[in-house]
Write a protein that binds this ligand. Sequence first.
Ligand code: ADP
Length: 514
Amino acid sequence: MSKGTKVPGYMQGKGSRNPRGIIGDREIRYKCSLQNTILDVLRGRPGWQEVPGQNNIPQNVQANPKQQGQQSTGQQPSNTGKSGSGSTNQGTTFGNKGSVRNPQQGPGTQPGVPTRLGFQSIPPITRNSDGDWDFYWCDREWLAQNYDTMFLYEHQKILHFRNHYELTRKNLMVKNLKRLKKQTERELGKAEGQSFEFFPTTYELPSEYHIFVEEFKKNPGIIWIMKPAARAQGRGIFLFRRLKDITDWKKGEYQPLSDPNREVPETYVVQRYIENPYLIGGRKFDVRVYVLVVSYNPLKVWLYRSGFARFSNTRFSLDSIEDTYVHLTNVAIQKNAPDYDPDKGCKWSTQQLRKYLCAKHGVEAVKNAFKGIDNIIIKSLQSVQKIIINDKHCFEMYGYDVLFDSDLKPWLIEINASPSLTASGKEDYDLKFGLLNDVLNVLDLENRLTGKEKRIGGWDLLWEDGPILADDGNMECTPNGTTASIPNSFLGCHNDRKRQLRELFTAAQSIKKS
Ligand code: ADP
């Protein structure tokens, strides 16, 4: 190896592989499939270097020849034992540099792979995670296409869990929630099952059409909302009161005979419409809440303090159920409203919202309402905990959509695995820039933290195999003082992330030194 060639941290002896599998003291190589705030964050992060590649955004920076050199330092992946496309990584490798694609495994274990005197044989079928990256903010399609035939090194981190759709497809989310609710009722009693009463009655169509019709007849006059299970941004959604409305729809738009590509009818959910949303200024809104899951087993969940409420542009009324500008709060819908003002937008920060609600209903009532959101987050994640393929390389930043009703009860509307990272204005950009930088701070590929933190920037650790309680210093929203039994949950509270990070890094450094 020539002098000056950089050796990847995990090839170096000292500090190269710490217990959390994080890179040591070299630049961090990233890939990114999106061209929005996340790319700005990655490009602006000191010590991070973009890896050119097929699925990357074109950039001005040319491939760093040093980096190319690093790819031939002899590091070889361990194998997956699965079949895949052709590979440059065939043959034998030293030691245990990588990790296996069996996601349930812990580091270093290689079942099914003969190991002899520190050598491992690599079947000819493994595919390299092209480009020798450490961190990949990939899109869901890329992951779906590549995950099963790809290995990842010990230290690599990638966005999305393989089967994230278990939570983010509308029909599957409800199916999983219903199952955990039933199990809870069976094991802990009906009362405990009530803690799941946060998602509106929902049926999958066409499979549960008959059960839906029975339920429909039991509740004459109420409003239902029909949503395609796998679409987003309000597309294909409509409200109805009469069964006839969906029989017409079934005959028409639902199964267009003219569409030769559609062999089976698209899956929809039909859901009880929340007819009494909490209104501010006569307008309906929902709240976007950011949640970061870094592990499903044990379940480790962070909740971001900041987010926003998205308002509809038109005053709420049940008279015009066909008017999407009244009933759907998606920005994608609202920005097409005739009287939409792009300068004013239709958002409030979660801080603004919490302040408003506190002034109106008092701190305790709001605390209770927000506690309901914590419950939604944890129960929904638990409902898929045993189903999600838990891979220690994967993480997920979810965007939860929550709607308050007029009693301040929060309802779960849906969960997104790719919440929009495109900013709609300066304030939105600042929020997303800080949020994403703090995701990277939590993942801590730089290995600057101790791993014991309860707060990192705007993220508060909500759950780690059980609820997390707040420290005394973390009481911005508890004017009456400092009891230790307060959950470590601060949605809509003051987010002084920069100051907090400064203090955190200094403290972590001195702990590590000592
Ligand atoms: P999409 O994935 O297309 O955005 P959502 O399920 O998030 O679909 O619904 C879009 C919008 O419709 C929500 O932001 C909310 O304003 C409204 N909405 C959805 N479901 C309900 C419901 N059950 N009750 C009241 N409003 C709803």
